[in-house]
Design a protein around this ligand. Structure first.
Ligand SMILES: O=C(O)CCC(=O)C(=O)O
Length: 270
């Protein structure tokens, strides 16, 4: 019932003439330029730059590092968490009752491209996928660039439509085999996502992608927030107690948000 009352007509999710929901469902990602203000992006970039990265928590190569995001009311980027442009799209794919299951950042100073990878596995094993396909989207990642981002400083590289490829071999860490990449003519179809600061990429977590080398000599910051379908198991996301009121009007379910005094915090998402 709540799915019906909160349903969004996908056709209203237009962004610069692009039907965002169709793009996300068919290509596995959608690009929404100019969503988040300069005030928010520069404040958050400065905050992340002042904290340093969790260099024990890198993805594939040092320099593709996880960054802790602010959890205090004054520093949480509420504009990103509440953005109706973002949530219209997320709601259209995941329905009502979805929630934020990871709240983190990626700081890139890398001198290597990551391998193309999936951030998760498919729901079904290969024999079942070959019968009924890959199934529905259940996890979406919202990435926000906090500075102008392109080939110079490590923009994302994504393979359109790859979330729907049922016949995929993944390594231990989700890396896609060379044979699978060749089969879909990766060199011809891959796409660099270059965007001015404040641009948003919403991607199905299954879409093959990689972080790329940063030649700029400066840190490249990117927000990475994961929203999950309500059927997916949640895990606690810890914020400072002073955010309790601000969380009362976010457009997603807060069943897994936990509030704690600042001293007790120790979580990094993925
Ligand atoms: O930080 C980056 O450039 C990309 C990070 C990413 O997408 C990943 O680690 O899966």
């Amino acid at each position: 019932m709540d799915d019906m009352t909160q349903a969004v007509d996908p056709s209203v999710c237009q962004h610069g003439g692009v039907d965002a929901v169709t793009e996300l469902a068919t290509k596995g990602f959608v690009v929404l330029p100019g969503v988040i203000s300069e005030a928010t992006t520069s404040k958050l970039a400065a905050w992340l730059g002042s904290k340093g990265v969790d260099s024990d928590s890198y993805n594939y190569f040092p320099g593709h590092d996880q960054a802790r995001m602010p959890t205090s009311d004054a520093d949480v980027p509420w504009e990103i968490l509440r953005s109706e442009e973002i949530h219209q799209v997320v709601r259209s794919l995941l329905g009502s009752g979805y929630y934020m299951n990871s709240y983190t950042g990626n700081t890139n100073t890398a001198s290597n491209d990551q391998p193309y990878h999936m951030d998760c596995s498919h729901y079904h094993q290969q024999p079942v996928r070959s019968l009924i396909g890959v199934g529905p989207a259940f996890e979406l990642i919202v990435n926000v660039y906090l500075q102008d981002t392109d080939e110079r400083n490590g923009s994302l590289d994504i393979i359109p439509g790859s979330h729907l490829v049922a016949d995929v071999d993944l390594g231990e860490d989700g890396e896609v085999s060379a044979e699978c990449l060749a089969r879909i003519h990766c060199d011809d179809v891959h796409q660099r996502v270059n965007l001015p600061r404040g641009g948003v990429v919403i991607r199905d977590k299954r879409t093959w992608h990689r972080g790329t080398v940063n030649h700029s000599g400066a840190q490249r910051h990117m927000v990475s927030i994961r929203y999950n379908h309500k059927f997916f198991q949640s895990r606690p996301q810890l914020f400072d107690a002073n955010t309790r009121e601000s969380f009362s009007n976010v457009p997603f379910d807060i069943k897994n948000i936990a509030f704690a005094e600042a001293a007790a915090k120790d979580v990094v998402g993925d």
